[in-house]
Design a protein around this ligand. Structure first.
Ligand code: TXA
Ligand code: MG
Length: 323
């Protein structure tokens, strides 16, 4: 079977955004760059568009989506937020922070997008193409990562095409994503703020605003964030973590002083030990390593700052896939 080539348009060109907006208005699917990863966008209020999105990704329908907005005002048409959560929006929006709040009755969101929950995840990304599309439609867009469910998230337009050509209408190419891992997800609950998914906004930055340690991201996260399946970011190759001495048949993802001598090949997450650089390179190098061999070994990555999200993704990638 031949797969039709995926149209790739320049995300910086307003005319491309106009064409993408027209597709979205008719219920089509467009991959859009954000500062975290490429998202697969659909009109959040259109249930058949959302159904097509789940189908294109092969995603379990119980897995709720993030509604992307272009202002705090639009976010507050969708969910209610506590003062503590509002303080986070003032500090970090637009940016790689997703807030889960109580869904408003008249929110412009199909029940399918929210997977029937009475809460909704909302984010205002620092991503002109995504916010430009939301403004053109004057409606929120849902956007999970633009990859088949269970595979490595895309950080370039070429990654999107590898996974989804033939299944979506278009990809807007905005170059490589600057953050490289997904947004940090915080639930705004009656018991306070809870970290559901570590991500591109480090825990320490959030705690500096709230002035208190952030609860969550332990084993319980899987219950409230159904998308946090154990094996979610899986490469085909076997993955070993915290490896200082790789074996001769392993592709080594190196970090700082762990340079992987003796490995079959070495790919550097960050030679200088910069976690932001490592996060930006993570998914791209996991893909590359996956194409180069059957076994991947990864250097130890510190668990602080962006290291929490990097270690979270690596742990999921290393989890057994037979579940
Ligand atoms: O950086 C990102 O967040 C990217 C870009 C494209 O914006 N999007 C993304 O979406 O990572 P996705 O669908 O791959 O991940 C959304 C996560 C899932 O784990 C889902 O379970 C969780 O958010 N989620 C969504 N709605 C939720 C809700 N009401 N309560 C708890 N978790 C929710
Ligand atoms: Mg994803």
């Amino acid at each position: 079977m031949t797969v039709a080539p995926l149209p790739v348009l320049d995300a910086h060109d307003p005319a491309s955004l106009d064409r993408a907006a027209a597709i979205l208005r008719e219920g089509g699917l467009v991959a859009v760059p954000t500062e975290t990863v490429y998202g697969l966008a659909a009109d959040a209020s259109n249930a058949s568009a959302v159904a097509a999105l789940y189908a294109a990704k092969g995603r379990p329908a119980f897995n709720p989506l993030i509604a992307h907005v272009d202002s705090l005002e639009r976010a507050l048409t969708l969910i209610t937020l506590s003062d503590a959560a509002l303080a986070l929006t003032h500090a970090f929006w637009p940016g790689p922070l997703t807030l889960v709040g109580r869904r408003k009755e008249n929110a412009a969101i199909s029940d399918l997008a929210a997977a029937g929950l009475d809460t909704l995840a909302v984010r205002w990304p620092d991503a002109p193409a995504m916010t430009g599309l939301v403004a053109r439609l004057d409606r929120p867009l849902v956007a999970p990562s633009a990859n088949p469910s269970g595979t490595i998230s895309p950080t370039t337009a070429a990654h999107v095409a590898e996974g989804l050509a033939g299944r979506i209408a278009m990809v807007l190419d905005g170059g490589p994503c600057t953050a490289g891992v997904e947004s940090t997800i915080i639930a705004d609950t009656p018991e306070g703020l809870v970290l559901l998914r570590p991500g591109a906004l480090p825990r320490e930055a959030i705690e500096a605003v709230t002035g208190a340690p952030l609860k969550g991201a332990g084993g319980k996260a899987a219950i409230t964030a159904p998308g946090m399946l154990k094996s979610h970011y899986a490469p085909r190759a076997r993955l070993r973590l915290n490896v200082t001495r790789p074996e001769a048949d392993e592709i080594y993802l190196a970090f700082a002083d762990h340079r992987g001598s003796g490995a079959k090949a070495v790919l550097h997450l960050s030679e200088s030990g910069d976690l932001a650089e490592a996060a930006a390179n993570l998914f791209s190098l996991m893909r590359k390593a996956d194409q180069m061999g059957e076994r991947i070994a990864v250097a130890p990555i510190p668990a602080t700052g962006l290291g929490e999200a990097i270690n979270d993704r690596l742990t999921r990638a290393a989890a057994p896939k037979d579940s």
